[in-house]
Design a protein around this ligand. Sequence first.
Ligand code: SF4
Length: 375
Amino acid sequence: MSGIYIHIPFCKQACHYCDFHFSTSMKKKGDLISALAKELELRKDEFKNSSVETIYFGGGTPSLLSNDELQFIIDSVYKNYKVSDNPEITLEANPDDLSKERIIALSKSPINRLSIGIQSFFESDLKLMNRAHNANEAKSCLEEATKHFDNISLDLIYGIPGASNAQWLANIEMALSFGVPHISSYALTVEPKTALASFIKKGIIDNVDDEQAHEQFHLLKAKLESSGFVHYELSNFGKEGFFSKNNSAYWQGKSYLGIGPSAHSFNGKQRGWNVSNNSKYIKAIQQNELPIEIETLTQTDQYNEYVMTGLRTIWGVSFNKVESDFGILFKDYLIEQSEIFINQQLLYIDDGHLRVTKKGQFLCDGIASELFKIN
Ligand code: SF4
């Protein structure tokens, strides 16, 4: 199985915490869309032996594209690739782009999954993060979207300075009240060179409180699990049958094509990343060149990636897989390195798989890095 990720690098305004690749100028939108279609054509041979099961519009803000523009890109996928019968086609969308009319039109398109960037239902949080939507838009778009789509995910951010645990619980309860089957939730992180980092440095905004973020993560987990959600990846909760197929494929090491500026690709052995600059991207594609840098992963890199992604998921890290893919020395190394964390009740072994305990979950990335091998 394979997936295609398409990066739409435009946003209405810059959220204060964001370090993704996007531009707030839409001047090059037409050229960019033509370049995306052309990149799909230029790379069609990379997937000639497998069919596409997921198409994911991420960004940036893909909902800034019109339905016709999205349809044009989807048509380019179908024109150049073998697409399975019922692909998952996800659109990341922001509430301010999801009017009633837009949602109805989208529901009649091939897009069958919406991932909505709600982040919070509180005006104070949305202002602090400089989101383009307000709390009413967050609620009204969900009211309408749930009438027309079964498969909806929403994003929420926890650990926002000034947002109490009670406010966070109210956010979760509000999200649950719409009956969505999937929620992704991330801790607010302070990335270097963002407006958030600079406001914190100047004392305009309080720094994020790691302890509070940790508490809010556990509140989220308890609330969603008691509401029938499966915590299937560190930042993702879904009802049975509604796990993101696109993201699950990443975590299970399946191959995907990343189309568009800054998009990443993976073919099982090599990782590629496109240039993070809209003008350079368009220019290269217009000259029939792929603006991509490729790195061939060593066996150690592949082991480290498997440990990192495996530990974040409910599927865990399979000792058999480590042995069959990387050899007995890697398996012995993993057993040896994990012992201390097992003794500290941060990891446990179940059915031949290494998994994080509830206590270890929030620390998962740090634990994984201790299990890495160095080249
Ligand atoms: S809408 Fe998304 S991609 Fe755009 S600035 Fe905000 S967080 Fe970043």
